[in-house]
Design a protein. Structure first.
Length: 203
């Protein structure tokens, strides 16, 4: 399914949109430009709405790289959010990152299937429970909150909740605008029924 948003090319952009493009590419590196000349993933949407995109780029930089949360744990939260919303691009990008940063394959695979992950690490289980509860019911129960506060502290818990909120927003952008995977990438869940009026169940 093609993207619902046209791909904006750098040479055609006004200064505000170019500034967002430059910030995205500068903060993430790698090859983010697709065959159509636009940015992959959610970033084309950022460029379409530069006032929003500028702030989302800055927030994404902070919640991914500048918090007190270990990257391994951040990736557990991100893939839990991506799996909840069945955001294919988010899952494709971050399942690989989670493995690279030490999350066991069995945990990543179970989260993707919506099954109970076989955690060996209590910190991963705690972060997963926060992300799962937030994206499932929009609440965090008292026991999970206490465990997460003990693990991360008050500031870290604010950072974790903000991370979950940011990647929920990214998932919505990816799903609303049917952002495709890169060529050759296999979808984790397949194309969603456009006529469906209910979202996927929480894993």
């Amino acid at each position: 399914m093609p993207s619902r948003l046209s791909y904006l090319r750098y040479d055609d952009l006004d200064p505000a949109r170019r500034a967002v493009w430059d910030a995205v590419v500068g903060s993430r590196g790698g090859d983010l430009v697709n065959a159509e000349g636009g940015l992959v993933g959610p970033f084309n949407a950022f460029v379409h709405a530069p006032d929003v995109g500028q702030r989302l780029t800055a927030l994404g930089q902070v919640v991914r790289f500048e918090t007190s949360i270990e990257r391994r744990l951040s990736e557990v939260a991100i893939i839990t959010v991506g799996a909840r919303w069945k955001a294919e691009f988010e899952w494709w990008a971050h399942a690989r990152m989670a493995r690279r940063h030490g999350v066991p394959d069995a945990v990543v695979d179970a989260i993707g299937r919506g099954e109970d992950p076989p955690f060996a690490a209590d910190d991963e289980r705690t972060v997963y429970q926060v992300a799962r509860q937030l994206t499932g019911a929009g609440q965090v129960d008292s026991a999970t909150y206490a465990a997460a506060r003990g693990l991360l502290g008050d500031a870290g818990l604010v950072e974790l909740v903000s991370l979950c909120g940011y990647y929920t927003l990214v998932s919505f952008l990816l799903n609303a605008f049917t952002v495709p995977l890169p060529p050759g990438a296999e979808p984790a869940w397949g194309v969603q029924d456009e006529g469906a009026d209910q979202g996927p169940q929480a894993p």
